[in-house]
Design a protein. Sequence first.
Lengths: 182, 441
Amino acid sequence: MKDNQIIELFWNRDKTALEEVQQMYHHLLLHIAKNIAGSMEDAEECVNDTYMKLWSIIPPERPESLKNFAARVVRNLAIDVYRKEKARGKGTDLPLIFDELESMFADGKDAYDEVEFQDLVNGFLSELESKERMLFVRRYWQGESIQDLVTWSGLKESAVKMRLLRTRNKFQEYLKEGGIQV
Amino acid sequence: MTGIELFEKMEVIEDQYIDESLSEDITFGKKKKHSWIWIATSVAAAFVLAFVGVVNAFPGVAVAMNDVVGLKELVQLVTVDESMKACLENEYAQYIGEEQIMKDGHYSKVYYVVADKTHISIFYKTDVPYKGAEYHHFANVFCDDESPIVSIWSANSYETDIKDLYELRITFLDELKEDMLPESIQMVIDFGKTWEDGYPTEEGGFIQQPEATATYEIQLDNVFFVEPIVYDIQEEIKLDGQRILFEKIEVYPTMTRLYYSEDSNNIYELMDIDVILKDDKGNEYEKMQESDMYIEDETGVIGTAIGFASSYFDENVSLQLEIRGVSWDYGTSPEQDVSYETKSVGGLPEEIELLGMELDEDKTLTIQFRVFSNDDLGYFYELYNVETGDYAETISMEKDTEEGYWIHVESIPYFKEGEYVFRWGKQETKKLDKPIQLQVK
């Protein structure tokens, strides 16, 4: 079933919508939640909460992409869980990802308002090649570990790390070109 | 903003890029077939280390383990890792000797730890109250929260047999600063039945529901985090117009690290160096698998370090680097058009040939290519939707009758003219006619 058909089910208050979402995106949502929340137990709870959240906000929401929408919801819920139970984050790459993000922004990380930040990040992504961009988003949006990226990309671990590092360097260059001190 | 706040703020990434990154389905527990056709270089996320046993000549540990059931089997085994063997022979190991025997018959014992600033290896045994290939154990290690060792390569052994001793090895992929050294680590061993497909799950486990779990808190003796012996090299070589600076080597008990950097003006990306270390005694120290490390400072990447077998315990007078070859990535071509109407793919190199296209009733386009790829020279490609980022699915790859060539079959569901593009690249490994020698010590 396509996204728009599932959204129609939501709008018709047909509970098979949830079964369809589960069938289509359960593994994807679980994957994102596990990346961030750290434990499978928490991840499953996040995914269940995501289904409930979708049920409560569609309608009135009518997302263009149900997949993206659900992924954003589960990501936010998983971040909340991570904040509450940092210790559960053991075994994830999140602390390393946080370090990498901080190094990208360096001293300029407090210098942007919401709009600037949005323009900055999306402007940068628009200039990247697809492969680099996907690695970047999987790492810094999905919270994927290096090993997951290795498995996904088929690249060597060293190559994944190198590509991410180069992308972070490019980001710093991008900030400098825009006159932003890093 | 803190790291987590920055991560949270990445929420602003637009839908088109999220969609692109999500466009390839995540399949839990199975290796994902990917679009890059350089398949030969694919690696699994988890792997099993070759068994590493204990040699007879390890009196310190042998004495401590005299009361251990199965010791005879343990000390009769011979390690295949020469560096680890040297550590054991020189009593460079911390005895742990803790065991857990559960009522239901699950058993485990941690014997000892070999650690330095590049590795931590834990040697342990397990046994289960049932037999059969579908049952395994899965071990993992956690460092405590205050020791920020987050970039590790963890290898897990999972065959269960009382006669086997397992090594769980953690390789640090970052330079380990003094304040990063862990004081303790937690090892968790789960026992249970494996998944039917034999692949690990997303949470990293090879087993379904753990039937038993053993947890060990291991205090590490910091006398084993010795300083390395350092030799400066600072020699630059030029190959194919690209410059590589060999900076230094650091010799640790379990491995040696060679540091080098690529000139920022290089056009090609250095993928690999075929290099060994030799000493005056005729010993040759070869590269270790999965030991590459990237060195960064606040400006970004400043170099690479690769690992070799260690000469730490060898009494040699001189050490020499011998560079035998390099592997380059020459970059990728511009995006080219893919057309079913003209049955063509633009800008193909001679080594990638389009054999045919078929569009079936369901609008699935099947494309067949003939691609050259061997151990030394490989062409790879990407075939993807420029709008959605969806990649064509590789249906099959079979060897062609002509040496070095492969037949690839790609499938694109719901194909529409003009949506898909093609891009190719080339990687090459070159052997040097005359190896380059650099004196290290």
